[in-house]
Design a protein around this ligand. Structure first.
Ligand code: FE2
Length: 374
């Protein structure tokens, strides 16, 4: 996620394009279109990689941002041997440019047996010269086609006895239910968040209402049958998305460098969607992985474990955010069990001993620099 407070972002956003050719193929409750990839489908079912569930390991990672050369180098330096039988879940924001996206996913696919992916906001930016002629929905289609060519999974799958379900999502401003901070001037979202200019949507779709969030949520419906099969088949399920499903998974506004951050991070329909999958499963068998805010997180809410393990920006690692330069993908599942808590996890550790207090609007006086969101 990128927040910038520069004057150049004060210009008006580009006029959204009319519905792209892609949008004629993607289902939407609102627009009633059809997904061109076909009708509902069943999940691929793979035996566990060694024929033995005990050997299955699943790693998670989000916010790779490999347009930064340091981050691309980080991907290149991942072992080409150690993960040959492992699964990797990539929870969005791989790269801004198509070429960097394809290179990154190719490198990951060379290193891991199975790679899964859901799109993030940066992946759908269209501001580079070569990407100026199409919109974000067309870019989404290009990225999904690239994944298919590379063997990267974007649909539900059963591996051994573990179910993995990628979930499309987008944020909406009304996700934020915490009282606004008014004691100082906060730049508007259009100035602070590049998405408002770098993404190009049909004029019917917007962050300001729930249309974009609903649109992306509806993309999951072509996998309804596959999700039902995973639910019936698997005792343990990992769902994953780029965006945040609950506001409790973000620090209170008074802690944030940009207090309006909760308006551009999450989706209520995402939480409803993942709850409909995990149902009454108790923690220990139900896990949701997300990304976007670059805050490491590992907490159980109402029976579901929520985890964020972002690579984040080089400058964030340099100031030791999320564990610093030695950061590696987090192994969330191995030997048939979910892993111990991710550590360090500054914010979820903080909230495990200090209850949320969103009614307090006093800015926090002295938290470390990981409170600042860029
Ligand atoms: Fe993001």
């Amino acid at each position: 996620m990128v927040l910038r407070l520069a004057s150049s972002y004060m210009s008006l956003p580009q006029t959204p394009r009319s519905l792209s050719s892609l949008s004629h193929c993607i289902p939407s409750r609102k627009f009633g279109k059809m997904w061109k990839r076909g009708c509902t489908r069943r999940p691929d079912i793979l035996p566990s990689l060694n024929g033995d569930d005990a050997c299955l390991r699943v790693f998670v990672l989000s916010d790779l941002h490999t347009d930064y050369s340091e981050n691309m180098k980080w991907v290149e330096c991942l072992s080409t041997v150690k993960h040959k039988r492992d699964v990797l879940l990539v929870a969005g924001d791989v790269a801004e440019t198509y070429n960097n996206f394809v290179l990154t996913m190719s490198l990951l696919k060379e290193r891991f047996e199975h790679v899964f992916y859901v799109p993030g906001n940066h992946d759908l930016w269209c501001r580079r010269e070569s990407e100026n002629d199409f919109g974000s929905l067309e870019k989404l289609e290009k990225l999904l086609d690239a994944c298919q060519r590379l063997g990267v999974k974007t649909d539900p799958m059963v591996i051994g006895s573990l179910g993995i379900i990628p979930l499309f999502s987008w944020y909406h401003e009304s996700f934020d239910r915490e009282e606004d901070i008014t004691s100082f001037r906060i730049p508007p979202l259009e100035m602070a968040c590049k998405d408002y200019h770098a993404c190009k949507w049909p004029e019917e779709l917007s962050n300001k209402d729930t249309s974009l969030a609903s649109y992306f949520d509806a993309l999951n419906e072509h996998n309804t049958d596959a999700m039902e099969d995973v639910k019936k088949t698997c005792e343990q399920i990992i769902t994953f998305s780029h965006f945040v499903p609950r506001q409790e998974l973000c620090p209170e506004k008074r802690m944030l460098f940009y207090p309006n951050l909760p308006k551009i991070i999450g989706s209520d329909c995402l939480e409803a969607r993942l709850r409909s999958i995990h149902g009454a499963k108790v923690s220990g068998s139900a896990c949701h992985v997300f990304g976007h805010t670059h805050f490491c997180w590992d907490a159980v809410l109402d029976g579901i474990r929520y985890v964020q393990a972002p690579l984040a920006y080089p400058r964030e690692r340099k100031r030791r955010m999320n564990g610093g330069e030695n950061w590696l993908p987090f192994c969330i599942y191995s030997d048939g069990e979910f892993a111990e808590r991710l550590s360090p996890c500054y914010w979820s550790d903080y909230y495990s001993v200090n209850p949320d207090n969103p009614g307090t609007l006093n800015l926090h006086p002295g938290l470390p620099d990981s409170t600042a969101k860029e």
